[in-house]
Ligand binder design. Structure first.
Ligand SMILES: Nc1nc2c(ncn2[C@@H]2O[C@H](COP(=O)(O)OP(=O)(O)OP(=O)(O)O)[C@@H](O)[C@H]2O)c(=O)[nH]1
Ligand SMILES: [Mg+2]
Length: 195
């Protein structure tokens, strides 16, 4: 396990449109998911840094793509959250356009973590993301985050339910808790493989 390299992660840049993405070279792993699912918290747990990706009590706060560099040619990307009801429809639309532009065209994208709140079902947009990535043969690993909020048996049931709906070979899933840093070993293995 090369998890020491994840502790050296540094903020690189934020982008509100594709022209602001850093040069499309090397390898990237992105974190997508609905607002408040815990994407930024997951990145902080992986990197062991509390304030690297901003965590918020107000959903919908990460409005830009945030790029973090591990090395000159390896990056992590925090994608903007979607599906937060109190955000105006026009803004939701912008986010979806930006996310789809990234997922459908980014050459350096090697793998996608879909972060979900284990207490919620996959949304329409989660399914859309799975399809965009599958169309490009980009592997997806679903993190059923906040598993600290459910009992062990309820967590296992949630994992079984998701796995039953994601029979594609390129989609895998696991339980995770950013709060308790549970599930990190599997996440590092996946990152090592993709990066
Ligand atoms: N109990 C619990 N809470 C968590 C966990 N991960 C994140 N949270 C909480 O969930 C809320 C949202 O976390 P963020 O990391 O900001 O979520 P996000 O997906 O980045 O949200 P946006 O940037 O708005 O899309 C915060 O209050 C976190 O403290 C977890 O594993 N367990
Ligand atoms: Mg965030």
């Amino acid at each position: 396990m090369k998890n020491y390299i994840y502790k050296q992660t540094q903020f690189l840049c934020s982008a509100g449109q594709p022209s602001q993405f850093p040069p499309d070279i090397g390898r990237e792993v992105a974190f997508a998911g609905r607002s408040n699912s815990g994407k930024s918290s997951v990145i902080n747990a992986i990197t062991g840094r509390h304030k690297l990706a901003k965590v918020s009590k107000t959903p919908g706060r990460t409005r830009l793509l945030n790029f973090f560099s591990l090395s000159a040619n390896q990056r992590l990307v925090d994608l903007p959250g979607y599906g937060y009801a109190r955000v105006p429809a026009a803004m939701q639309h912008d986010w979806q356009r930006l996310t789809s532009a990234y997922i459908t065209r980014r050459k350096s994208l090697r793998g996608l973590f879909l972060v979900t709140d284990i207490r919620r079902l996959l949304t329409e947009f989660d399914v859309q993301l799975l399809e965009w990535a599958a169309d490009r043969h980009i592997p997806i690993h679903i993190l059923l985050n906040k598993c600290d909020k459910l009992s062990r048996s309820a967590s296992r049931q949630a994992l079984a339910d998701v796995t039953a709906h994601t029979h594609r070979q390129t989609v895998t899933a696991q339980l995770f808790s950013a709060r308790e840093k549970a599930g990190l070993v599997e996440v590092y293995a996946r990152l090592d493989e993709w990066l």
